[in-house]
Design a binder for this molecule. Structure first.
Ligand SMILES: [Zn+2]
Ligand SMILES: [Zn+2]
Length: 297
């Protein structure tokens, strides 16, 4: 028998809760004057032991979209390029519910790919009779397209044949061999009106667009040169961690807030306030530095 206890005045009262049902409990409060009475109602849901739903999903970065609803099982979370790993915290009302994230303990740090990373949350009901899967696709903001891999062969392997930049959120055409892989936005744009594979003009049928999470993971774990190598940075990092390095890189161009002058971060006078500009003006970076007047003495 499941009961819930309420303490009020000098009394401790128990209320019987039925499995899978909502029980309404009325609490009557009488003021000290003995005549003013106010009623409160508490609704208590006793879940079925076979319930395999979550009551919430917490993320260490980004926000869930749409807003969590136990009945919705697919979510997207957009995060900044600087976020290279995350922790997902699924919450279940019953402590006996078993939860795994990508087959691991939910508290584990999940390394992020540079485009999309899939987190599969498997929930097993307290009585083990029922399972439910929630999927959160974490999407990292795109920031830099012109990347040089340390292993030169990878530059071609991870290049989109449409935009010639680094593959972002890669999708491949089902049954193509070797795989025809494109950025998600590139292939969606090209197939908006004509449903053909742009590389061999074969007709696209049914569920032709395949996720390439494995390729994303391989890209993220490959070593790249810093994008400011042309300005002198010799650092090599995993593509996954490039965002974090760019936050620190001494060879990026920053703008001195007061004077508007553009300088390399390493040449900055320590106390000057700066505006980080690489994020917005990456493409024009080199030209900007060349057109910058040398700092006045
Ligand atoms: Zn592309
Ligand atoms: Zn650097």
């Amino acid at each position: 028998m499941f009961v819930c206890f309420f303490e009020g005045g000098d009394e401790l009262k128990s209320v019987l809760l039925k499995e899978g049902e909502v029980t309404s409990i009325k609490i009557e409060v009488t003021a000290e004057d003995g005549s003013t009475i106010k009623n409160y109602f508490v609704l208590v849901t006793r879940l079925l032991a076979s319930d395999a739903s979550l009551s919430g999903i917490g993320l260490s970065c980004g926000q869930l979209s749409p807003i969590f609803d136990a009945k919705l099982t697919n979510y997207l979370a957009n995060v900044s390029f600087h976020c290279d790993s995350f922790v997902i915290t699924p919450v279940a009302a019953d402590k006996k519910t078993t939860i795994k994230v990508n087959d691991h303990d939910p508290k584990q740090v999940v390394p992020l790919n540079c485009g999309e990373t899939k987190a599969v949350i498997e929930v097993t009901s307290p009585d083990q009779s029922n399972k439910q899967t929630y999927v959160v696709t974490v999407c990292r903001e795109e920031i830099v397209r012109r990347i040089r891999f340390v292993d030169g062969k990878l530059n071609q392997k991870f290049e989109c044949p449409v935009c010639l930049g680094l593959l972002y959120r890669p999708k491949s055409i089902a049954n193509s061999s070797p795989k025809h892989v494109f950025c998600k936005s590139c292939i969606e744009e090209l197939t908006r009106t004509s449903k053909v594979d742009p590389l061999d003009e074969s007709t696209l049928k049914g569920d032709w667009k395949m996720d390439e999470f494995e390729m994303e993971a391989e890209m993220a774990a490959s070593e790249v040169h810093c994008v400011f190598a042309y300005l002198g940075c010799t650092k090599k990092v995993l593509l996954r961690n490039l965002g974090n390095h760019l936050k620190e890189c001494e060879f990026q161009i920053v703008q001195v807030e007061k004077s508007g002058e553009l300088v390399l971060k390493k040449d900055l006078e320590s106390k000057a306030k700066v505006i980080i500009i690489y994020k917005h003006k990456m493409k024009n970076h080199k030209n900007m530095l060349q057109s910058t007047k040398p700092p006045s003495p």
